[in-house]
Design a protein around this ligand. Sequence first.
Ligand code: ADP
Ligand code: MG
Length: 412
Amino acid sequence: MTIKQSALKTYQLLKATADVAEKSLEGRIQHYRAHLKSEEKELRTYTQKAAADLLGCNNRTLKRRHDQGDFDHIEIRRGANGHYAYTLSNIYAMAEVMGIDADHRDKDDKLQVIVINSLKGGCGKTTSMVNIAAALATTNIKRYRIGIIDLDPQGSSSSFFPPSEPDPITVGDLMRDCIDLEENETWEQIVSDAFLPTHIPNIRVLPSGMDDFYFEHEIATILRESANYDQTRHYHKLLEKVIEPVKDQFDIILIDTAPSLNFMFYNALMASTSMLIPVHPEAVDFDANNKYLKRLGEIYHTVAALGHDGWDFMQFLVTNYVKGNHSQRDIVKDVRSAFGRQVMSYPINHSSAITASSSSFNTIFDQKTSDSLASRESLVKAQENIKDVVDELEMLIRSNWPSTQSQLEATK
Ligand SMILES: Nc1ncnc2c1ncn2[C@@H]1O[C@H](COP(=O)(O)OP(=O)(O)O)[C@@H](O)[C@H]1O
Ligand SMILES: [Mg+2]
């Protein structure tokens, strides 16, 4: 095979550019790492009033409990003003004292594995997912055990929930099976340890890394070389193999994906129990979404043939919606008339608080109103908005849990 002189020049140019890009990327990654050290990232603290709200009691009850010494064994810091500054872990410990049980799923309730996907880049997959996860974890006292799997090798959601280790095992490492087990180590333990704690006490993250990009290439090579289709079937189930050993440790797993219908995505579908599709209400994005749905149907056919159990729900979520924008409003109307009840009741509105917090890889629930770069009003509004979305999501999740059904029956 001869390579043309002109192609060789292009190749050399590309190599030189790649070298520059790699150096720049290394610098940026180091910068991010320094910036994102998990021990530096702290969840907001709560005032006594906010803690009481979360615990479903009033300020006076908490004060009385303090006076009685009920919380003396909990290490609660005080802020500069001398008032208690409760961490979420403090509040969980207080809930234990107060007999407020965690509201986890029962053993007959299926772990919910929700995939967030759309073929459209920039439609708000990551932003919506990280804020939904944070709201599920921090705005109630149920103490859901939440797992985040970052299936986008660009690692955006891992940046919002920086793993507690500098060089963590990634989801791609586990799926590619490139971990050598040492003596006495089990696959179950490795996987469980790979879901690292984050700054939010009940959220653990299985991060992604740049090397996870190799996954697609490796799988493509394996499939090309494999003569027998049946032998290749388990390559669709690699993510299931990662989730299986930790199933009992979570109530809800959220999976962020790249805007691509690649092999990682097949794996996400295979492991999923439900699907959330963000739709940015712009004409081109809505058209792209409709084309995507056709492809999704075709892909799902393959996944169904491999034994998938079907989804508990598939919902569209309108994202980054600018209130008062007429053309966006018309598109949302179209989305609703096309997909009816499959569209979440509330859109996630465009919010300056979300823009501001995202720029420092924070969710809007990480920060106190006083720390936000946006106005207090816009932060509160955005938090209320996400909370509305999460309430509906929680209802969808719980309606598939028999234990919730029987709780409802009992209160009839
Ligand atoms: N509700 C929102 N309010 C403000 N900005 C948003 C909102 N949703 C998304 N964005 C912004 O839009 C851009 C793309 O969002 P992102 O979540 O990264 O999309 P994706 O993951 O689909 O590629 C980001 O800059 C993000 O901050
Ligand atoms: Mg993303």
